[in-house]
Design a protein around this ligand. Structure first.
Ligand code: DGJ
Length: 698
């Protein structure tokens, strides 16, 4: 049993395979965090469950360690909850009321206000084998008057007793998502957030905390990821008493709402965990948890071709058929037509919202292309952007009232488009309706769902939750409904690249488009940052042109393939123009990828040489049962002649022997111990060299 409560000590302990998470009811009747880290004897931590006072200015220092904590009394830290009762009282006093244990691994701790019929249930779900806990709260108003909820977070995580707290997170922008950042926290708050209506490319709701000394393979790391795809906020607050509180949930900014009498509100899930093997162990724990408990995917990612970079909006059935034939010759399994197939969508200024197949582009209808693609042995996939509308569209002309806008303002156009107010039931019905028709009418196996702008002038939702929340909930509901209606269809989350990827969206998405930047060198950084938190099994990467449009950088085809083979492989180049030699080389890489994709997508990731440490970057994947492993190595630039480079591998069985081959060359046999200790010599030279090692346990 991973969940324990002791009446004697009044301590709760959540035990995972390698960690203890301890909190308890203190003498004041409040629930106080006690300890989170390696396994301990919970009862022996009892001395940490106590009130602490410093002076009249810090009368209740222990409130900094409250397990959730509402704003009220002398609570000055970032609150889990801030409310105003119907009578105008803005003070919350949450006392412990009891607990329930459901099944083996779910705990609910019940809190209630001292005076008002207002309850907060803190939920914990434990995943012992991953050392991970999911948390969320449910708030219920049983008062006769509505309660105004000003801030309702999902969970508060506490880390205590480190001399320094270093926070790792990602930052970015369009075409430069998931850039890793590290900062030592001083007293005060470090806030990462989105106020743009979706997860956003500027930050992502994931964090890691260490003492500043942990590395890839060693050290203690506390981490968390929030499952919410709208406005979110994670606040890491270091107090002057040395305590760190990480508060996360839906962003309270412009987010207040009234909780009606008898109504309840449930927060998103905030997942947290602890790893004792450095950042590498942290990522592997998160990936394994995601694969087992978050992602819906039922099969390995298919090799796809997407025609966006080849044709952009100039989608023509004939040209697409040519591309499809070339793609099939490469061994591609899924052919995807991107933006430009519908309405008057010849550029980004018109047509968005008119989801009828353009008859001039598809004189024989879309199904004719689909039949062709299927005849070539591939599945067919299609791009949509259902939440958006161009003003120059029949949809907008018929329903100008459906967009987000304030009555006295012109709505801002971004990429010449508005966003539909998905909070309106009729808009939700419209989206569900046209998507159902599209999928029922055509033999479509894959949908790439895009969203190419942020939310502005959000107007108001008809009732209940703020519009920011309604939008996200309706997106989730639509995806869930479409998945139920069309169980054979797979879905990709895309938002102008990787701006809507988080543990909320990943409950519905089979795969994710990580960035519009397809420069294979930039992609290493983007993919590395992404894979700190998210499983490479959903990370879609395309091989595109060289020189690449983003940076004008020229890269060998092998480098582009190696970079793209580290997640779900796609091809996005104009393959109609590829030479016979390029086609032949690409065909071999696709075949090779199919051999190793199980190891890549279901294996464990080791960042052997993260970017920036040397001019090598190297990533190893060890397959499920350890029998197979692959390592991708990239040399950024060659200088001063070459010293022999030896790559020290990880995650192998020291006693076992492995057949190791580099780029399909003759295999040599080495012990795991030698490969992890002395390393394997690489023949890697030149600027933008890359190589692939394959290991098979003998
Ligand atoms: C942004 C996406 O990220 C691209 O892959 C492509 O689908 C374009 N939108 C199409 O407008």
């Amino acid at each position: 049993m991973p969940v324990y409560y002791s009446e004697e000590t009044r301590l709760f302990e959540i035990r995972t395979d390698r960690t203890s998470y301890v909190f308890g009811v203190n003498g004041k009747g409040t629930v106080q965090h006690v300890y989170w880290g390696e396994r301990v004897e919970a009862a022996e931590c009892i001395d940490m469950l106590k009130g602490r006072s410093h002076s009249s200015f810090d009368a209740d220092v222990d409130r900094e360690t409250e397990e959730f904590g509402g704003w009220g009394g002398s609570h000055y830290a970032e609150p889990g909850l801030k409310v105003e009762f119907g009578d105008g009282v803005r003070d919350l006093k949450l006392d412990y009321e009891g607990y329930e244990i459901a099944g083996e691994n779910e705990l609910t701790v019940k809190l209630a206000d001292r005076h008002y019929a207002f309850r907060v249930d803190m939920h914990y779900k434990v995943y012992p084998e991953h050392d991970i806990i999911e948390r969320y709260v449910r708030v219920r108003n049983d008062e006769a008057l509505p309660v105004r909820i000003e801030q309702a977070m999902a969970a508060v995580w506490s880390v205590q007793g480190l001399p320094d707290y270093r926070m790792t997170h990602v930052s970015g922008r369009w075409a430069g998502e998931y850039q890793l950042r590290r900062t030592v926290l001083s007293e005060g708050k470090k806030v990462i957030e989105s106020r743009r209506g979706f997860t956003g490319p500027h930050a992502n709701p994931w964090f890691a905390i260490d003492d500043g000394k942990s590395g890839e393979t060693h050290g203690r790391v506390w981490f968390g990821a929030l499952g919410w795809s709208g406005n979110w906020k994670i606040v890491a607050e270091k107090s002057t008493f040395g305590h760190l509180r990480i508060v996360g949930g839906i962003n309270d900014f412009d987010g207040a709402f009234a909780l009606a009498p008898g109504a309840s509100y449930t927060s998103p899930v905030f997942t947290g965990g602890f790893a004792d093997g450095g950042f590498g162990a942290m990522s592997r724990q998160l990936h394994a948890y995601e694969r087992a408990h978050v992602l819906p995917a039922r099969q390995l990612r298919k090799v796809l071709y997407n025609s966006w970079e080849a044709t952009e909006f100039d989608v023509q059935a004939d040209e697409q058929i040519k591309l499809a034939r070339r793609a099939a010759a490469l061994g591609v399994e899924r052919f995807v037509v991107d933006d430009g197939w519908f309405g008057a969508r010849n550029n980004d200024r018109a047509g968005l919202g008119d989801w009828q197949v353009n008859p001039a582009k598809f004189p024989n209808g879309l199904q004719a292309l689909i039949d062709e693609v299927k005849g070539l042995g591939m599945e067919f996939g299609l791009w949509v952007e259902p939440e958006s509308v161009n003003p120059d569209s029949d949809l907008y002309r018929a329903h100008p009232e459906w967009i987000y806008r304030f009555p006295t303002r012109e709505g801002t156009q971004l990429r010449n488009q508005h966003l539909l107010n998905l909070g309106l039931p009729e808009v939700k019905e419209f989206v569900l309706g046209f998507m159902t028709e599209l999928l029922a009418k055509h033999d479509i196996s894959f949908i790439k769902w895009d969203m190419n702008r942020t939310v502005t002038e959000p107007g108001s939702a008809p009732e209940g939750l703020p519009v920011w929340q309604k939008h996200v909930e309706h997106v989730y509901e639509i995806w869930a409904e479409l998945r139920a209606r069309f169980p054979h269809v797979e879905f990709e989350t895309c938002a102008g690249g990787g701006a809507r990827i988080d543990l909320g969206m990943l409950r519905f998405a089979d795969q994710a488009w990580v960035s519009d930047n397809t420069d294979a060198r930039d992609r290493l950084a983007i993919q590395e940052g992404f894979a700190y938190a998210y499983s490479p099994s959903v990370m879609m990467c395309w091989v595109t042109e060289s020189p690449n449009g983003f940076n004008g950088r020229s890269l060998p085809l092998s480098y582009r393939f190696h970079s793209s083979m580290m997640g779900g492989l796609g091809i996005g180049a104009n393959i109609s123009k590829w030479s016979d030699a390029e086609m032949a080389e690409a065909r071999e890489f696709v075949a090779l990828y199919k051999e190793i994709r199980g190891t890549v997508q279901e294996g464990e990731l080791y960042r052997l040489e993260p970017l920036g440490r040397s001019n090598l970057a190297a990533y190893q994947y060890v397959g499920k049962d350890g029998a197979e492993s692959v390592a991708f190595v990239f040399l950024q630039s060659q200088h001063f002649g070459s010293a022999e480079r030896r790559l020290r591998l990880q995650g192998l069985d020291a006693e076992a022997t492995y057949a190791v081959s580099q780029d399909g060359g003759e295999a040599v046999v080495r012990h795991g111990a030698t490969l992890m200790g002395a390393g394997f010599p690489l023949t890697l030279r030149g600027d933008y060299g890359s190589t692939l090692l394959r290991l098979t346990r003998l």
